[in-house]
Design a binder for this molecule. Structure first.
Ligand code: HEM
Length: 278
């Protein structure tokens, strides 16, 4: 759809429309990336569990399986299984056509998304502070702040939905989506950065390099800043601001696509093949 920007024969796409279409392109890219992540989780963790071989989790995460630590193994198992559920349905919540045409699904999927995000975060805090399944203190602090933001934003998304304050709910839900997917953005960030630099730059063996430290916070704070800027520009900026925002969003969509490609091709793909072959 185009509208006449000036009196005359030249037709230009309206900045509003370009921004909406670009946001849709980002969402489609994210959906593909989320489902690739889900496939990896199911192959790496659900598949060996279905075969009665949770000991295989030991090779797949730092402390995926520890003999004798029943509680820790259960918390880890629940963490990854709920991660698959949350990641499968999460991006569908942001698709406008689903929101408009399948409200019942949107409500239930939203409840599942928030409940699993809360439970994953709670379990994650156990894995960090009780099981010590992490490498650096900075990383522990960063993921803890991530969990606190999931609790805070998720509670606001829930509260505004119950109060039927739809405008506020959409804003809190988008913020929650960004922070709840921090660990997914982190994997994309590593892959996009490595591909664009043609090698690992600023990364330490123990995740203590400058890029590791930066990404441990940036993985959720940068997407959060992006969504805040998007909401403000979408709701308040003039045509020029919207056109600039659409341009920036196109670049971010391209970076997301590089990250999704890298993660699927070099991180998740080989592990899916390995897990299914075992
Ligand atoms: C809410 C979204 C989250 C998702 C989708 C998610 C997903 C995952 C997945 C798939 C793994 C397995 C590692 C791998 O194979 O890549 C994992 C591990 C882990 N997660 Fe999460 N996670 C989330 C949030 C959190 C939070 C908020 C915390 C901490 C507060 C956390 C702490 C951990 C820890 C410590 C491990 C490492 C376990 C190990 O290597 O032994 N996660 N997570």
């Amino acid at each position: 759809m185009v509208q006449a920007a000036t009196a005359g024969p030249i037709l230009r796409p309206a900045p509003d429309k370009v921004l909406t279409v670009t946001a849709g392109a980002w969402l489609a890219t994210a959906l593909i990336g989320q489902w690739a992540f889900v496939t990896y989780i199911l192959a790496s963790y659900a598949w060996p569990a279905a075969q009665g071989n949770i000991a295989a989790w030991a090779d797949r995460a730092l402390k995926g399986y520890e003999p004798g630590d029943t509680v820790g193994n259960l918390v880890f198992g629940a963490h990854v299984m709920m991660a698959a559920v949350m990641s499968f349905g999460g991006a569908l919540q942001l698709v406008p056509q689903i929101r408009a045409r399948a409200r019942g699904f949107h409500r239930w999927n939203g409840r599942v998304f928030l409940a699993t995000a809360f439970a994953i975060s709670l379990g994650g805090l156990y894995l960090v502070w009780v099981r010590h399944a992490t490498t650096t203190l900075v990383g522990e602090i960063a993921i803890t702040l991530n969990a606190l933001l999931i609790f805070g934003f998720g509670a606001m998304a829930w509260k505004t939905a119950v109060a039927r304050d739809i405008a506020a709910h959409r804003r809190w839900a988008m913020r929650t989506f960004m922070v709840a997917n921090g660990v997914w953005f982190m994997r994309l960030g590593y892959m996009a950065w490595t591909i664009l630099n043609q090698g690992p730059v600023g990364m330490g063996d123990n995740l203590e390099g400058p890029f590791d430290v930066f990404l441990s916070f940036a993985a959720y704070l940068v997407p959060l800043a992006g969504v805040e800027a998007y909401l403000r520009i979408r709701d308040g900026a003039g045509p020029t601001g919207k056109a600039v925002a659409a341009g920036v969003l196109m670049v971010l969509t391209a970076i997301t696509a590089v990250g999704v490609f890298g993660a699927a091709a070099f991180m998740w793909g080989p592990r899916i093949v390995q897990a299914l072959a075992a």
